[in-house]
Write a protein of this length. Structure first.
Length: 581
């Protein structure tokens, strides 16, 4: 195999096409070539030999992006980043986690070309101050006898279970999710629809901000047993809400247009069996199971239709966090899927809210993100990173995209492919690139991990998906300026990298300039729906098609390409540029 990377599940746009396009925009004049066999993907390297591969591109300044909520305020870049780059008296391990951070001050000064960049920096400034204040107090013994390490099990529990929930008020029942959700997390709710209308809501909400007291709703799941203004039949409505954009576009199940049934994690947005509940009324009148089935309406394929909720009957509902969206099962059957929308991601969830006509019995949150206690780790010394080489270049530097509360994934990588001999001897260096979290509990857990393993590079912004381009630049900065690597690789924390095969194949190729190596896509189109997690506006990319790009699970560039990415982005940055709020 040329480049062996095994993922639990290949992402449709893994890593984002903007990441691949970032490199390809630098070398696009060299790569606009069609596969003579008409295939869309190639798993072979594109070799781009040129002494000056970056000279063909015209300098371009990204368009100004203004958000409606901040349109009347102007703040200087220096004010925005104040506090993020102040020098502090930190331990050697802590300082090593900020090696890239210190190179990104110019980058975060120039934030107008990326959605949420200004918000992410502003939130990072608050998060960083809270975190540094916390470990200053720990250092000075001001935590009332408890250290951050001692508190972390309480801060990020593995599961939460509330049994015999009764008598919640008008505001509904609220379950705090201390450290957000990750892929594989689930919320199980047991209850009985009741009341006059049998209408109830389950909402996953984020944290509120001082200027936005109403928190964003990452998922609004609304069951309407008596229908609504659009239908007299029972219906499930899913949506999102933010202070800036109000309600998004509704996803209804069953849909008014059955042909518009998108796939989310390879599951239908709405189970085709979901329909009106005429059959359930027969069951209430005492008819047999056979007569019930014969009286239920059928869909186009001839299968019987039903509605998963019934007034007065117990339901077991599970919201499960997937890779592309959130799935709901009822009584063990998949009913709906809801694709993540831009900037509304599971790590943001801080609370589950349940309200309406539902007799709530219990709530269970499981698969929650938590780091392994240091006392439970065997051979912790073998998991610590190898010191960076001071006097000789690396063969490969591998930067791994990760998010703050993905503790388990990082630990799995440390125990798996980071144990290859080339990594342990220092010929290959691996670092996780992790942005800050809005939640201080998560940041404190992350800080403990930073000091324990020495393999994390913190980013001076909160980790919104739209800012993964910055992480790519950060990897290039680290691979060429912090260390000097012959090749620089980007991968994800849910990928398995065959380091031995990677080295063998690169040595066999023996190309050290103008190299982009990976799975190349020639036919990718930008997503134009504003509700899509991968939404790309015409201002960001006006063309109909993307240039060829390498898929995010893993690609390699030569040193000159990585250096060009880092250098050219620095050249566009102006500290005096104002931010429009």
């Amino acid at each position: 195999m040329i480049l062996a990377i095994v993922k639990r599940k290949m992402k449709k746009w893994s890593g984002g096409v903007l990441i691949g396009s970032l490199f390809m925009l630098l070398v696009v004049r060299y790569t606009v070539m069609k596969n003579p066999f008409g295939e869309t993907h190639l798993s072979v390297p594109i070799v781009l030999n040129s002494t000056k591969p970056l000279e063909l591109l015209q300098d371009a300044v990204p368009p100004t992006i203004q958000t409606q909520e901040y349109s009347n305020r102007v703040i200087s870049a220096d004010t925005l980043v104040s506090g993020l780059f102040n020098k502090r008296n930190l331990s050697r391990e802590a300082q090593s986690s900020l090696l890239t951070w210190s190179h990104m001050e110019d980058l975060v000064h120039y934030s107008q070309g990326l959605p949420n960049a200004v918000v992410a920096i502003r939130e990072a400034r608050i998060a960083w101050k809270n975190l540094t204040d916390a470990f200053d107090k720990e250092k000075n013994g001001d935590l009332n006898g408890s250290s951050i390490n001692e508190m972390k099990e309480k801060q990020c529990p593995k599961f939460l279970n509330k049994i015999n929930v009764t008598g919640y008020g008008d505001g509904g029942y609220k379950l705090l999710i201390p450290c957000g959700l990750v892929q594989g997390s689930s919320i199980t709710i047991i209850g009985i629809p009741n009341g006059l209308l049998g209408e109830f809501r389950i909402e996953l909400t984020g944290e509120s901000l001082p200027e936005e007291p109403d928190p964003p709703v990452i998922l609004h799941y609304n069951v309407r047993l008596q229908g609504d203004k659009l239908t007299d039949n029972p219906v499930i409505v899913q949506n999102t809400w933010t202070a800036a954009d109000d309600w998004g576009e509704e996803d209804r199940c069953p849909s008014p247009d059955p042909s518009d049934n998108k796939k989310v994690d390879e599951l239908n947005q709405c189970n085709e069996m979901v329909g009106d509940d005429g059959g359930w009324k027969d069951m209430e009148s005492g008819s047999s199971y056979i007569s019930l089935r014969s009286s239920m309406p059928r869909n186009r394929s001839g299968a019987t239709r039903y509605f998963p909720f019934k007034h007065g009957h117990l339901s077991v509902m599970t919201l499960r966090v997937g890779e592309e969206g959130i799935q709901m099962t009822v009584d063990g059957k998949h009913i709906t899927s809801f694709a993540y929308r831009e900037n509304l991601e599971p790590w943001l969830v801080s609370e589950v809210r349940i309200s309406g006509d539902l007799e709530l019995i219990s709530v269970l949150a499981s698969g929650l993100p938590t780091s392994e206690g240091l006392d439970n780790i065997v051979g912790i010394e073998a998991l610590r990173s190898v010191p960076l080489p001071l006097h000789h270049p690396l063969d490969i530097f591998i930067g791994v995209f990760s998010t703050a509360n993905n503790f388990k994934r990082r630990m799995a990588v440390r125990k798996a492919w980071m144990q290859y001999p080339a990594v342990k001897t220092g010929a290959v260096a691996v670092r996780f690139f992790v942005g800050l979290h809005k939640n201080q509990r998560v940041n404190e857990e992350l800080w403990t991990e930073v000091q324990t393993y020495g393999d994390i590079q913190l980013m001076p912004f909160v980790d919104y998906y739209s800012l993964i381009t910055w992480k790519t630049i950060a990897i290039c900065i680290f691979g060429t300026e912090v260390v000097s690597a012959k090749y620089v690789m980007k991968t994800d924390d849910d990928a398995f990298v065959r380091v031995d095969e990677l080295l063998t194949s690169l040595n066999r190729t023996n190309v050290t300039n103008g190299l982009l190596y990976g799975l190349i896509d020639y036919e990718a189109l930008p997503h134009r729906s504003p509700d899509s997690k991968w939404y790309i506006s015409l201002e960001e990319w006006p063309e109909y098609r993307y240039p060829p790009w390498a898929h995010g699970p893993g690609y390699v560039v030569s040193h000159d390409i990585a250096k060009g990415v880092a250098k050219r982005h620095k050249g566009h940055l102006k500290a005096s540029t104002p931010f429009i709020f």
